[in-house]
Design a protein around this ligand. Sequence first.
Ligand SMILES: NC(=O)c1ccc[n+]([C@@H]2O[C@H](COP(=O)([O-])OP(=O)(O)OC[C@H]3O[C@@H](n4cnc5c(N)ncnc54)[C@H](O)[C@@H]3O)[C@@H](O)[C@H]2O)c1
Length: 334
Amino acid sequence: MRTAIIGLGAISETHIAAVKHGGFSTIIAVCDLKQERVDAAIEKIGGDVRGYNDYKEMIDREKPDVVHVCTPHYLHRDMAVYALEAGCDVYLEKPAAMNASQANEIVAASEKTGKKVCVSFQNRVIPTNALAKEIVDDERYGKLRGIRAEMTWSRGGAYYTESGWRGTWEKEGGGVLMNQSIHTLDLMYYLGGKVKDMEGSVALRRNKGVIEVEDTAEATIWFESGVEGIFYATNCNFKDSSVQIELFFDSATLFLYRDALYLVRGNDLEKLTDNRDYSGTEGKACWGNGHTMMMKRFYDSFEGEDVWYCDIKDAVPVLEMIEKIYSTSKNKLR
Ligand SMILES: NC(=O)c1ccc[n+]([C@@H]2O[C@H](COP(=O)([O-])OP(=O)(O)OC[C@H]3O[C@@H](n4cnc5c(N)ncnc54)[C@H](O)[C@@H]3O)[C@@H](O)[C@H]2O)c1
């Protein structure tokens, strides 16, 4: 297959390494507004790769099979829809779009063209989380009753000011919810199922005057299944802590911590699995290192294999959850 990549910043390194080393496809073209990033990517990929500064020109000329969208959030909808309408399948970085309504436009374009879109919620497929999902589904410890999820990271002013798009409503579309903890909220949805109702709040605590968007958020979530959830996320921690998720079942608790999944019974903690011993560990640990695994599933689906990947339709509910936190927050930041 022939792959093209739009956006050659931080996450593109993970995409390039995953496509190349996974042997999923051949990268035939790359695009970025910054020519130096195009040149660096071409050198890194090697072989016959063409560089572009205009994504439409790249898609029209190269007619790739798959387009990877690795650009800032506000560009996702337009780029994904353009690629779909040009007959390409799309591997789309999270969030799918700036809001659920935009993401539904991608769903509609995918349905109209018959082309697929995989959204990079790669944390769903890493071993710890895949096993947690299996345990929820097979009910070996009874029914899932409650979820506690917490993401406490650190993002300083330079992280925002150096990017030119982070920290703004116009281009990032939100803060800790839209960018960092969207993975954690998505896992709550993936494990807990459809949301019945939720109530939350947002705040800006640390980089006042530097960013407009929230850096702290919390919510109480009531799932249709009867599961109750609590969620907390902040970018104001002293340093990045491990994401923590507790899953409360009838006869045991599961605890996700530091890339491992533990079974908790009374005071006993038994490690069930961890994410250290699997291939495809490209990228920063805090991103979950699962890009290669999600990408493999997507590319395998073209071989006629009946494999699950995160379809665009399944990436919309988390955007609805985020919107609900903003709308129920008494503190309004925009
Ligand atoms: N799945 C994950 O765990 C994960 C991790 C990090 C980032 N991301 C996502 O990846 C996306 C990119 O994030 P990043 O950290 O790489 O950002 P970045 O700012 O490092 O890179 C974005 C790149 O897009 C380029 N760009 C901007 N407008 C463009 C245009 N019109 N045409 C072509 N190129 C354009 C920029 O020049 C830049 O090189 C975001 O959606 C982010 O949320 C996902």
